[in-house]
Design a protein around this ligand. Structure first.
Ligand code: ADQ
Length: 483
């Protein structure tokens, strides 16, 4: 039977090792959910790294791990800690991530980590080649695996390969600074279909292909030897039902069991019904603009002092890539900023910023989304930003204001949000003022449109659209070859 093979850096399951016994727990992330319709039944396989390096896997347990993963249609690629350092913390997160998010000054061009990136991409490609038949369909995900399509294509010239990039593709002027720019483009061009979140990323990619490789590009088709490769945008959605239903349940449960976090939030609301909660949720990453947001909050409190003791900013930062020095520095900067701003403005009864540095269970995420009057999500660059979509999906009574950065991919589909430039403090302060004072009817009118759109273009539709387009592309490519 023909299979679909999905491949990403991490598998959609988490391994737990307890006294020598292994359990694989499915992850709840957006990608894992979205792929459900693609990755189900016996005719699909997901290949990725398990999260444990070879050194971390106890002696003799590898076969048990393989068995546990197989139950979830998954198969692991083995990586040593040296490979993870060079490939993941190195080239992926110290070269590609900053460069593609326009942080050119953070981008390190090190030959050694590039070599490891190539070798590890080859390992992933070999894992595919071991199981892939000529008629299978391969879907490669994200910036860690950009060379895989070409590596597979070399050995299986007629197989169907799709690639989706979850982060921005930068403008040609940025991309061209990378020493291995041509190799990366050629790696991606092993695909039949290359997908991005937005039309702009698609355009940037096509322009790099044209200018760096001199290939013929017509609309969104690239001609390479006897192949035609399609480039298109597929804005990723969320599992709308999951978020809206969790929020409904949460609302209906007003008198029942409440989490400790929800009780605290309720207590503050009750003591001052006029008070407003601003919510900021991101992985702790410089691309998310958390430090800028804190500075902008300080500016807001200075410009509109009437809101002192009336507004509270909840900052939830999820620990991320803490082995990379830039992330350690950022953590320190944020800790200090929160301390300084709280020190400067707090009163006996009011702390302006509540800061959590941790991951939170889904229930608490829903507590925060449903209790916050304003979601303030202003990344400096973001491929999409799903948090913005999740916030809107949880607003069962349609109240709430979303302030979103123009630089997030999601801004393209969320015009009814208040869109701002994350570097413009004046505009941010005035937009916060506008959000606080937005009439409820206007909030509802904006959110009704947003919800409808998010419900229709959910993550399942995203995955299905990509797969359909990949199938069609294969047919077009066949007919092009047989001209
Ligand atoms: P991320 O940079 O991780 O993803 P985002 O799209 O916002 O950014 O997704 C974060 C996910 O983590 C959300 O689903 C959210 O619910 C969850 N989350 C956030 N805070 C949490 C917390 N404290 N505890 C638990 N879960 C939390 C990358 C790109 C994005 C792109 C996605 C998908 O950088 O631009 O939108 O991939 O393509």
């Amino acid at each position: 039977m023909d299979k679909t093979i999905i491949i990403s850096n991490r598998l959609p399951v988490q391994l737990q090792i307890d006294n020598g016994s292994i359990t694989a727990i499915p992850s709840v992330g957006g990608l894992a959910t979205g792929m459900k319709s693609v990755h189900s039944g016996g005719d699909s396989l997901w290949i990725g790294w398990s999260g444990l390096t070879d050194e971390e896997i106890p002696d003799g347990l590898a076969p048990e791990i393989d068995k546990a993963l197989a139950k979830h249609g998954s198969s692991k690629v083995n990586l040593t800690s040296e490979e993870v350092d060079g490939f993941y913390y190195g080239f992926s997160n110290r070269t590609i991530w900053p460069l593609f998010h326009y942080f050119l000054e953070y981008s390190e061009f090190e030959l050694q980590s590039w070599e490891t990136y190539k070798a590890v991409n080859q390992k992933f490609a070999d894992a595919i080649l071991k199981v892939a038949g000529q008629n299978d369909t391969i879907w490669v995900h994200d910036y860690q695996l950009m060379l895989v399509p070409q590596m597979v294509r070399e050995k299986r010239p007629n197989i169907s390969i799709g690639f989706f990039l979850h982060i921005p593709f930068p403008s040609y002027e940025i991309f061209r600074t990378m020493p291995w720019r041509k190799e990366v483009l050629m790696g991606l061009l092993g695909s039949d279909l290359i997908g991005f979140h937005t039309y702009d990323y698609e355009r940037h990619f096509l322009s790099s292909v044209r200018r760096l490789l001199g290939l013929e590009v017509s609309f969104n088709d690239i001609y390479l030897e006897d192949r035609v490769i399609k480039v298109d945008s597929f804005p990723m959605g969320i599992d709308y039902k999951k978020f809206s239903e969790a929020a409904k349940k949460h609302d209906e449960n007003k008198t029942g069991e409440r989490s400790e976090l929800q009780r605290r939030l309720d207590m503050h609301k009750e003591s001052d019904p006029e008070a407003k909660f601003f919510l900021s949720i991101d992985r702790l990453d410089y691309s998310k603009g958390i430090a800028k947001r804190l500075n902008a909050f300080e500016y807001f409190l200075t410009k509109y002092p009437q809101y002192k003791e009336k507004v509270r900013l909840i900052v939830l930062a999820v620990p991320s890539r803490s082995n990379v020095p830039q992330y350690q520095l950022l953590k320190k900067e944020i800790d200090e900023l929160v301390g300084r701003i709280n020190g400067e403005f707090s009163t006996v009864s009011w702390t302006p910023i509540w800061y959590f540095y941790r991951s939170m269970p889904f229930e608490n995420l829903i507590d925060l989304y449903t209790s916050s009057d304003i979601a303030w999500l202003t990344p400096i660059r973001d491929g999409m930003n799903l948090v913005a979509k999740e916030y809107i999906a949880t607003r069962t009574d349609k109240t709430g204001v979303l302030i979103l950065s123009e630089m997030a991919g999601s801004a393209n589909e969320m015009n009814e949000a208040l869109l701002i430039n994350p570097n413009n403090f004046e505009e941010i302060a005035d937009t916060l003022y506008e959000a606080i004072n937005m009439p409820v009817e206007e909030q509802k009118a904006r959110n009704a449109i947003l919800q409808k759109r998010l419900e229709r273009y959910n993550v399942e539709k995203w995955a299905n659209d990509f797969m359909t387009s990949l199938k069609n592309q294969k047919l077009i490519d066949h007919s092009y070859k047989s001209r």
